[in-house]
Design a protein around this ligand. Structure first.
Ligand SMILES: [Fe+2]
Length: 255
């Protein structure tokens, strides 16, 4: 595979197409449920195409990535003056390409391999809409993430109270291309105020849909022994706002 297909639908299995067409009762409108913030979907992407996508991203996007690192703040332990005073801001380590500047190398590469077009395709957006259960408005974020050995994201909410368009919630749509060189990586998320839920995100082609904000974290990617050099999980990520009035009536509940 030299290019991503022009339509996201062309990566999908029969199950994936059923979901896209809103014919799968388990996923259709799933995020309309006020208690649900997260929908993981396995088996929706053709494994062969997912492996080819992983290889394509490995081949072309790696050199366009920038490191993304926010460590545990220095002094977060020894500056404490009271017991149990610790506070942890969002920590993370991975590599990323924000696809925002058309003049940037990341954009140009993503465009050359058809990734921009696929992420803007009708079926990409419709898939997210089907799970969200309501019309989605302007897309305001496109990003590629690459997790290598030891890369992770600490507990965070992805709440954006300073952005009026997103302050009441929004949808993230992640397409994940894992690798057999990875032993494991999980997404842990909160339900009823506790980090009690966990899903495997290192599948050949996995889809996760988020109604943000809510508490979640990504465990460190652990490579299979001797396969560290090839152990990478790629995430193609689209962020969508709710359309028009839907954004006004939306009420997020933070778990
Ligand atoms: Fe997040």
């Amino acid at each position: 595979m030299d290019r991503f297909p022009a339509e996201f639908a062309d990566l999908l299995t029969r199950k994936g197409r059923r979901i896209l067409e809103g014919r799968d009762a388990a996923t259709r409108d799933a995020l309309l449920d006020p208690a649900r913030f997260f929908v993981p979907i396995a088996g929706a992407i053709e494994p062969d195409r997912a492996r080819a996508a992983h290889a394509l991203l490995d081949r072309r996007m790696r050199t366009a990535l920038s490191p993304l690192a926010a460590a545990i703040p220095e002094g977060s332990i020894w500056n404490q003056t009271r017991n149990y005073q610790e506070r942890l801001p969002k920590t993370a380590r991975s590599r990323t390409a924000f696809l925002e500047r058309r003049t940037g190398k990341a954009w140009k590469t993503a465009e050359a391999i058809g990734l921009i077009a696929m992420m803007r395709s009708t079926s990409f957006r419709t898939f997210a809409e089907t799970i969200a259960g309501r019309p989605l408005g302007t897309e305001f974020g496109q990003q590629v993430l690459c997790y290598g050995p030891g890369d992770y994201a600490g507990p965070h909410t992805d709440h954006h109270p300073e952005d009026a368009r997103a302050a009441k919630g929004y949808i993230d749509f992640h397409v994940s291309f894992g690798s057999p060189a990875v032993a494991h990586q999980y997404l842990v998320y909160a339900r009823d105020g506790h980090f009690s839920e966990m899903v495997d995100v290192n599948t050949p082609g996995g889809i996760t849909v988020y109604r943000l904000p809510f508490w979640h974290y990504t465990t460190p990617l652990i490579a299979r022994r001797g396969r560290e050099a090839a152990a990478r999980r790629w995430v193609v990520l689209g962020t969508f706002l709710f359309a028009g009035a839907a954004a006004q009536v939306f009420r997020g509940r933070q778990a």
